[in-house]
Design a protein around this ligand. Structure first.
Ligand SMILES: Cc1cc2nc3c(=O)[nH]c(=O)nc-3n(C[C@H](O)[C@H](O)[C@H](O)COP(=O)(O)OP(=O)(O)OC[C@H]3O[C@@H](n4cnc5c(N)ncnc54)[C@H](O)[C@@H]3O)c2cc1C
Length: 318
């Protein structure tokens, strides 16, 4: 049996978890899912649609929001009773962090961001290194495989089964809840589609020049029913919230259309957007590295190009 951690934010599913469920189904006929916190209980129908016959729900008064160490502790509890062959999660920063806690407590290895997994003795994985610029085949010498699934390496495929919910009380120490969310900033800036699910992303980098000019990206994104993304320079400068950062240490995205305006194309940024179906680059520098990934490029000042694009799209929409 394979246990898959289904990540959620106050009950809102991280869709990449469904890809991890699909990866698990390819390894075993018996797949269970687990959510941390009572708010995840509402996901029982969707995990059943993607092949999990049981949804385990970890309950505790302290599990109201993301608490990675507590997730690790609750997973240890479940693993010791269920004895799965493997524990998988989505290869997101949150998925990696929660399974890292599980592995640390059990003193076992953990393989992060695997594009291929073969169970055996030892297990074999192909995992992404150096922002997925290197794919490494590795052997995991551990009876229990703890691994996350590289974002977008596996398509989520429905495979409906009847699913039951099994509740358990997580036994936590105060130290397990030491790292927790005390408040959230930047949610007001969040608009329309979420970054991970958006079909269109209009993303800005240092070339945008400051927070005010992001209104140009917001207008175009909203016209295309898309989301705004950005580079790390932008979040470190405090122009936009971290939730909008695309890249190795941000969100990995795979929209139909990714418009990169004023972004140079550092490998850490490309690691987050290279699965986009079409990449349109707007940059003043004809030598910018991101051009190597562009399907279309406009060499010019984004402050002129973006309003022109917006007007042209408005005109076609009448
Ligand atoms: C461990 C680690 C993790 C990292 N993780 C991430 C990550 O997750 N995501 C991420 O993005 N970065 C990440 N970085 C940072 C990354 O290395 C780059 O520093 C960053 O992506 C550069 O951001 P940028 O492209 O916005 O800025 P720059 O590299 O400064 O590029 C700005 C671009 O804007 C263009 N430009 C300037 N003015 C205009 C204009 N008016 N119109 C059009 N174009 C213009 C310039 O020609 C240039 O190409 C990470 C770095 C490290 C070390």
């Amino acid at each position: 049996m394979i246990l898959v951690l289904i990540d959620h934010d106050r009950g809102e599913l991280d869709a990449l978890s469904l890809r991890a469920l699909t990866a698990a189904r390819k390894l075993s006929d018996e797949v269970h899912a687990v959510v941390i916190g009572s708010a995840g209980a509402g996901l029982s129908t969707i995990v059943g649609e993607y092949g999990a016959s049981v949804l385990h729900v970890a309950h505790h008064d302290g599990l109201t929001d993301y608490t990675p160490a507590a997730s690790g502790r609750a997973l240890v509890q479940l693993v010791s009773t269920l004895k799965p062959e493997a524990v998988l999660a989505a290869g997101t920063p949150r998925g990696n962090e929660q399974l890292a806690h599980l592995a640390t407590i059990l003193d076992l290895p953990m393989a992060a961001e695997c594009s291929e997994i073969t169970l055996g003795n030892p297990h074999t994985v192909v995992r992404a290194r150096w922002a997925a610029n290197l794919m490494e085949q590795a052997l995991v010498h551990s009876e229990l495989l703890i691994a996350t699934v590289l974002a977008f390496a596996v398509e989520a495929e429905p495979s409906p089964v009847s699913s039951v919910v099994q509740d358990f009380d997580a036994v936590l120490e105060p130290i397990d809840l030491l790292v927790r969310i005390l408040g959230r900033g930047g949610e007001a800036a969040k608009s329309g589609a979420s970054l991970a699910d958006a079909k269109v992303i209009v993303s800005g980098g240092r070339g945008v020049g400051g927070p005010e000019a992001f209104s140009l990206l917001e207008e175009l994104a909203s016209l295309l029913d898309g989301a705004v993304g950005c580079s790390r320079v932008v979040t470190s400068s405090g122009w936009r919230p971290h939730a909008e950062q695309v890249g190795q240490t941000g969100t990995k995205v795979a929209p139909d259309l990714y418009i990169a305006a004023g972004i140079s194309g550092a490998m850490q940024h490309i690691a987050g957007c290279k699965n986009s179906k079409t990449i349109v680059v707007i940059n003043t520098d004809p030598e910018a590295p991101i051009l190597a990934y562009a399907d279309y490029a406009i060499i010019g000042d984004l402050h002129k190009v973006l309003p022109a694009l917006t007007e042209a799209i408005k005109a076609t929409k009448g």
